[in-house]
Design a binder for this molecule. Structure first.
Ligand code: ADE
Length: 249
């Protein structure tokens, strides 16, 4: 998969995109990440990429001619359905299903928003999707772009290898993952749950699923509204509710 990023701060990508799984994905030829300096697409001698806003107000606005030139240039040779994402707090909120969908594409372009914003004609002319990584405002779209790249690239077959199974992880079926343990068997006065020590595979799977469901109930009850729940899951949720009620009596 090839991902092109257009940004005023290409150096920000060097550390995070050059380590660990992102390094491995690039080293194995599974990710071709190209980070482009937006200023390279300016035409004046000062390399001006932004300008003051029409109608007044603070902040600077990225210029439409520069941004559209950059995006059209990096899109050369890309399939016509290539997503062009704009990272912005005004976008739809990024999620696991969006990561899976993006990972199906051969090419993805990410345009990093910055300063007060970007001339809205860019959105109309070249952006296919506006993405936010959450309901808070960052100083720029670079960290969101890296978050999106990480979540997408780990979905590419061969990237995680033996390190992880993407179908069992949190959010894969709308329920969070349960807890994990390693040696020693007792730490800080707490023992690894007996079911994990016993090594009965079916028992372990059932326990893990129940723990994940319990964590979802505690930390992210909103996910249960859309999760795929079996009859036994519904029974367990009723049990958690009873336990909570008993605790508050
Ligand atoms: N730029 C600034 N804040 C952002 C956010 N929450 N998501 C995506 N892009 C952003």
């Amino acid at each position: 998969m090839r991902i092109d990023v257009v940004t005023l701060f290409p150096e920000m990508f060097e550390g995070p995109m050059g380590e660990s799984m992102m390094y491995k994905a690039r080293d194995r030829g599974l990710l071709d990440l190209r980070v482009h300096q937006l200023r390279d697409y300016t035409t004046d001698k000062h390399r001006t990429a932004d300008d003051i806003p029409y109608g007044g107000g603070g902040g600077m606005i990225l210029k439409p001619d520069v941004v559209v030139r950059a995006v059209e240039s990096v899109l050369e040779g890309a399939p016509p359905d290539t997503p062009v994402l704009l990272t912005t707090p005004q976008g739809r909120v990024f999620s696991h299903p969006i990561a899976i969908e993006l990972a199906q594409h051969e090419r993805v372009v990410i345009l990093c928003g910055h300063y007060e914003g970007i001339d809205d004609r860019v959105r109309e002319l070249v952006v296919t999707d506006e993405i936010s990584i959450g309901d808070y405002v960052l100083t720029g779209g670079e960290l969101p772009a890296m978050v999106i790249i990480d979540a997408v690239v780990r979905q590419i077959p061969g990237v995680l290898g033996a390190e992880g199974a993407v179908d069992k992880e949190s959010h894969a079926d709308g329920v969070l993952e349960g807890p994990h343990y390693t040696r020693p068997v007792v730490f800080g006065g707490l023992e690894v749950p007996a079911v994990l020590q016993a090594g009965n595979h079916a028992g372990i799977e059932r326990w893990r699923h129940e723990q994940g469901l319990r964590k979802t109930w505690r930390n992210r009850p909103d996910l249960l509204l859309t999760a795929q729940l079996s009859e036994s899951d519904k029974y367990l949720l009723a049990k958690f509710a009873d336990e909570d009620a008993a605790r508050h009596e």
